[in-house]
Design a protein around this ligand. Structure first.
Ligand code: ADP
Ligand code: MG
Length: 273
C-alpha cells in the first residue's frame, strides 16, 4: 500500500496524512475486562500512516473489542490508544488522566472511520444524505463542498448513480460500499473495518473487497478484521494474529500465512486455509 498514492481523485489516499513521524495508531498495553472475563490482556499494536493491518483470529479472541477500544466505544481497563499522537478518550493533566466528556469523545471519533458488519446506514436518509451527515452537521462544512466530496466518494466506490436512493433499495454489497464512503467523508486518520463482508451473500463479497483493495493501493490507513485470508494476503502490509486477548504473532502476510511460528496460529490457519 501507499506506493502509487497521488492527488488524482481516482487514486488519492482517503485518510488524512500523519502530522508527525510517529505511528498513526498506537495501542499500548491495552487491557479490557467485562466483570471477571478478561477479553484483552495487554495488546500492543502500531499502524503507520498509509499502511494496512489485517487482524485475524478465532471468534471470541477480542478483535471487535480491540477495534471498539480504539475509538473509545469500549472503555479500557488499562493502557491507552493514541491516534496520530492524540490520546483517545482521556486528557492528561500532570500525571493524571481525566476521562473526556461524551461530546469530546464524539469529536475524536470523527477522525476514526468505522465500518460495521451490518452497515448501520441511516434508513431514513438517502445515500447522499448518509454521506454528508457528519461533514455538514458535525464538521460544519459547507453543504456544497460536502455534496461535491460525496460525489467523488461515490465514484470511488462505484455507486455514482445511487446518490438519491434510500438504503433499503440497495443490495448488501452496495449498502456496505455506501457505509465505506460515509466513513471516509470526514477524512479520518484511520479507517477500521469489523468483518465488513461477513453479513453479505457470497456473490456480494467481491465487490466490497475490491473497494477495500482500491483504498489499500492508494495508501489509505486501515485496520481490517476479516476471515478472508486471500484478501488479507493481497492487501495487508502486516497481518496480526490474535487469540485469547493477546497478539500471538504479527508480520508480513507471507511470514504469517506460510511460516507461522506459534502453535495457535498454525491451528487457526489449518482450519481456515
Ligand atoms: P471477536 O470479535 O474476536 O469474536 P469479541 O471482541 O467480540 O471477539 O469478544 C471477545 C469476548 O468478549 C467474547 O467472549 C465476548 O463474549 C466477550 N464480550 C464482548 N463484549 C462483551 C460485553 N459487552 N459484555 C460481556 N462480554 C463481552
Ligand atoms: Mg468480532
Amino acid at each position: 500500500a501507499g506506493t502509487d498514492a497521488g492527488t488524482d481523485p481516482a487514486t488519492a489516499p482517503l485518510t488524512a496524512p500523519a502530522t508527525g513521524d510517529g505511528p498513526m495508531v498506537d495501542i499500548r498495553g491495552v487491557h479490557k475486562h467485562f466483570g471477571t472475563l478478561e477479553v484483552l490482556r495487554g495488546v500492543d499494536l502500531q499502524v503507520r500512516a498509509g499502511e494496512v493491518t489485517v487482524v485475524l483470529g478465532p471468534s471470541g479472541s477480542g478483535k471487535s473489542t480491540l477495534l471498539r477500544a480504539i475509538n473509545h466505544l469500549e472503555r479500557l481497563s488499562r493502557g491507552h490508544v493514541l491516534i496520530d499522537g492524540e490520546l483517545i478518550g482521556y486528557r492528561r493533566s500532570g500525571d493524571k488522566l481525566h476521562e473526556l466528556k461524551e461530546r469530546e469523545v464524539l469529536k475524536q471519533r470523527l477522525h476514526i472511520g468505522f465500518v460495521f458488519q451490518n452497515f448501520h446506514l441511516f434508513p431514513h436518509l438517502t445515500v447522499l444524505e448518509n454521506i454528508i451527515e457528519a461533514p455538514v452537521s458535525a464538521l460544519r462544512r459547507p453543504r456544497k463542498d460536502a455534496v461535491a466530496q460525496a460525489g467523488r466518494l461515490l465514484e470511488r466506490v462505484g455507486l455514482a448513480d445511487k446518490a438519491d436512493v434510500y438504503p433499503r433499495r440497495l443490495s448488501g454489497g452496495q449498502q456496505q460500499r455506501v457505509a465505506i464512503a460515509r466513513a471516509l467523508a470526514p477524512e479520518p486518520k484511520v479507517l477500521l473495518f469489523d468483518e465488513p463482508t461477513s453479513a453479505l451473500d457470497p456473490e456480494l463479497v467481491g465487490e466490497v473487497l475490491d473497494v477495500i483493495k482500491d483504498l489499500a493501493r492508494s495508501g489509505t490507513t486501515m485496520i481490517v478484521v476479516t476471515h478472508e485470508i486471500g484478501f488479507a494476503r493481497e492487501v495487508a502490509d502486516t497481518i496480526v494474529f490474535m487469540d485469547e486477548g493477546v497478539v500471538v504473532e504479527q508480520g508480513p502476510p507471507a511470514r504469517i500465512l506460510d511460516d507461522p511460528r506459534h502453535a495457535r496460529t498454525k491451528a487457526f490457519l489449518s482450519k481456515v486455509l
